[in-house]
Write a protein that binds this ligand. Structure first.
Ligand code: GKE
Length: 350
């Protein structure tokens, strides 16, 4: 049985990825500062630990691990990373983890490291036109991300590529474009636009209104979690290093996203445009390279994933108690054979 290590296994994409790898017959060790929020982890063993501490990384990256999936990062949506107030923590926490993982994985000759980069590393000057953004992989340089989060992602892409060149570390690098779905953060300030609009529509009365940051004409594409995992698995099983976009190319405005959510909810909703952190003016995934290299590209319509996400978030709102999660049907409710804690001295946000 192949052994995988998922770093960030307590997070949205990480917890779904653990479940996917289990379905594919892997033995999985999950590591994160916390267990998943909304359903039991499917990992065989789960280490609650701080990956900024080299000793913790040293302990969980063992020679018997065939594949590392590095998704651990200090991140969130526009309300967390575009305010500027978390920049130092975001850069320090995420870069420290990546420096630990790259050096230890190379020294222990781990077979493959997948690194989750982000569309946020693309230069702002190519994302000023909401109707025609340019996020082709070869447009990354000259670099000019609009956030420190984006600069850290760019630095860490280069870090893993340098360990690939200098130490033969086998890497796969994906640039995720706004991944969404059930069991993602939906309230509390770190949620992204799909979850935020689903929550607001679910909380609104029919005929009521919801707040939207900015004029709502900014554009994005949103990738459903299942297709994100398809992309990750295809990239890992290929011999293409990347960086490559893993994102939808169905571009919508935030107003269109909100109105689609209202339609799904069967509610008449008015949009109330207010000031807020905006990020870039336009963004969409360019899928020509992934299609050329992997013979695949995401194709699921936004509405399909949004329906499933709205149902799950509406149920959370209904329960109104984010701490008593609603596990999705058929989820692994067995507890892992081992949950251990490795916290060490560093305080959570330094
Ligand atoms: N989060 C949020 N909440 N965004 C809102 C809201 C709201 O209530 N109302 C309007 N927006 C607008 C934001 O101002 C932004 O222009 C757009 O929706 C998308 O916001 P987002 O989903 O939070 O994040 P972005 O796509 O701008 O950036 C995210 O990109 C990802 C990669 O594609 C980053 O926050 C990271 O989560 C990640 O790198």
């Amino acid at each position: 049985m192949k052994k995988a290590l998922v770093l960030g296994a307590g997070g949205f994409i990480g917890s779904h990825l653990v479940r996917r790898l289990k379905r594919e017959g892997y033995w999985v060790r999950g590591v994160d500062l916390k267990l998943p929020d909304f359903s039991p982890t499917a990992a065989d063993t789960f280490v609650v630990g701080d990956l900024r501490i080299p000793e913790v990384c040293e302990e969980v990256i063992t020679e018997d691990i065939a594949e590392i999936y590095q998704l651990a990062a200090d991140m969130g949506g526009a309300g967390y990373i575009f305010t500027g107030t978390h920049d130092a923590d975001v850069m320090h926490n995420s870069a420290t983890i990546n420096l630990n993982v790259a050096s230890i994985a190379a020294r222990k000759k781990i077979g493959m490291v997948f690194y989750s980069s982000s569309a946020c590393m693309y230069p702002e000057h190519n994302q000023l036109d909401p109707d025609n953004p340019n996020c082709s992989e070869d447009s990354a340089y000259p670099a000019n991300p609009d956030s420190e989060y984006g600069w850290e992602k760019l630095f860490s892409e280069r870090l893993f590529l340098a360990f690939h060149r200098n130490h033969g570390l086998n890497v796969r690098i994906a640039r995720f474009h706004n991944v969404f779905g059930p069991e993602g953060t939906w309230t509390g300030g770190k949620e992204k636009a799909p979850a935020a609009t689903c929550r607001k529509v679910a909380e609104a009365t029919n005929g009521g209104s919801i707040d939207i940051w900015g004029d709502g004409e900014q554009t994005r594409s949103f990738l459903y979690i299942d297709e994100c995992l398809d992309g990750v698995r295809r990239l890992v099983n290929s011999n293409f290093t990347g960086p490559v976009n893993i994102g939808s190319d169905e571009m919508v405005t935030i107003n269109q996203l909100a109105m689609m959510t209202a339609q799904i909810a069967g509610k008449k909703i008015t949009l109330n445009h207010i000031d807020g952190p905006l990020g870039v003016r336009g963004r969409n995934s360019d899928n020509r390279l992934i299609e050329a290299k992997l013979g695949w590209r995401p194709t699921q319509p936004l509405r399909v994933g949004l329906e499933a996400t709205y149902q799950w978030i509406a149920a959370q709102v209904e329960r109104n108690t984010p701490s008593t999660p609603l596990a999705l049907p058929g989820h692994n409710t067995a507890v892992p054979s081992e949950i251990s804690s490795r916290k060490g001295s560093l305080s959570p946000t330094h």
